[in-house]
Ligand binder design. Sequence first.
Ligand SMILES: Nc1nc2c(ncn2[C@@H]2O[C@H](COP(=O)(O)OP(=O)(O)OP(=O)(O)O)[C@@H](O)[C@H]2O)c(=O)[nH]1
Ligand SMILES: [Mg+2]
Length: 358
Amino acid sequence: MTQATVVDITVTKGSNDMDLIAPTPSDPNTISESQVNEKKPLSSAVTVTVAGAGGAGINLSRPFRTDPRINSVLFFDTSMTNIRPGESVNVITNGSGSGSNRSENAADIQRNISAMEKEELGLNDVAIVVFSLAGGSGSVCGPLLIREYARRGVRPIAVVVADTSHAVGANNTLNTLKTLNSIALNNELVIPVIVLSNDLASRRGDVDKMGMNLISVLTGLLTAPTYEVDRNDRLNWINPSKVAGSSLGVKILSLNTPGLTVDTDIVLGTQSNDMVDSLLVLTSSPDDDLVIKLPPARLKKSGFYIDKHPQIIGKISSDISSIEKIIDHVERMKNLSNANSHKAVDRLASNSSDDLIL
Ligand SMILES: Nc1nc2c(ncn2[C@@H]2O[C@H](COP(=O)(O)OP(=O)(O)OP(=O)(O)O)[C@@H](O)[C@H]2O)c(=O)[nH]1
Ligand SMILES: [Mg+2]
C-alpha cells in the first residue's frame, strides 16, 4: 500500500496524551481541565481538504484517505478509470475522459464545479488541490476547483505534476500554469504551488513518493498542535498578501524537514535564495537549531509543538524562475515541432503529379 511511503509525522486528532499543562515561556493561559476533558480540537490547527483531480491527482491523494489529520479527501475526474474498488469519485461530464485535450470538457467542468454542493467540495480552511498539469482533466478541474474553493472562502494550495517530455504534455503544462496564474490575478489570490516534474525522474513512483511526502509534511505544518502559532498565522503564511503586502499570483511553496531529502530534479524551484514572501517555522522548542539557514522574509512566524514532532520550515516564494524554465523548454519544443511537423507529408502533398487521384 502506498501509504507506507509517506513520512510518518502523523499526530492523532484529539490525542489526550499531550502535555497540555506544561508551562512554557510565552504561554500565558493555562488550559483548563474541562478543555482537556472535552478533548476540544486545538484551535491552532486549520482544517484541511485534499482534492485530487484527474489521474495523477487522484493517485497522489489516495493515501491521505486514511490520514486522521485531514478532514476530507475528495476525487474529481472525467472518467472512472483512475478509481479503485470501494472509492468514490465526482465524475464530471459523460465519463469518457478528456484524452489529454484541455478543451474537451472544459465548459462542462466549469459549469459543474460552480454548481457543486458544499459537501461535494468539502469546505474546510485550506484545500490542497492535486493534479497533473499535462493531461486534459486534472489540468482543467484543478484550477477551477482552486477558484471555486477561494470563492467559497477556502484558502487553496496546489500540488502539481509537470510533464514536458512530449509536445502535448508540454503545451498543457504551460497553459495550465497560465490558467492558474490568471485565476490568481483575476480573483486577487496568492496561489502557493508545489511543482513536481516527471521529466527527469527515472520512475513515476519516485515523483509520487516525493509528492506524497511533501503533502504529508505540509499537512503537519498546517495541523500539528502548537504554541505561539495559531490558525490565522497558518492562514496568513499561505496568504502573505494580506499582512505583508506580497504580490498576487502563483508562488512556489517549499518545505524543509529532517529526514526528507528533496530531490531538486523532481521538485522545482526550491533552491532560491531570494527574499521569500513568508516563512512558517515549527520546532520542538524555542531553542532548537534550525535544519536550514532561514532566508530573509517579508513575514515570519515561529512556534513550537505541543507534542513531539519533527521540525518543519515552510517557505512561500515569489521566485518562479523554475516556471520560466518550463516556459523556455515549451517554446523550444514548439519550435522543434513546427520545424519538423509533417515535413514528409507536406512534400508528398505538394507533389500533385500522382497518376491516380482518389
Ligand atoms: N507522477 C505521476 N504522473 C502521472 C500519474 N498519472 C499520470 N501522470 C502523468 O500525468 C500526465 C497525464 O495526466 P493525467 O493526470 O493522467 O491526466 P488527467 O488529468 O486524468 O486527464 P486526461 O486523462 O487527459 O483526461 C502524463 O504526463 C502522465 O505521465 C501519476 O500517478 N503520477
Ligand atoms: Mg485521466
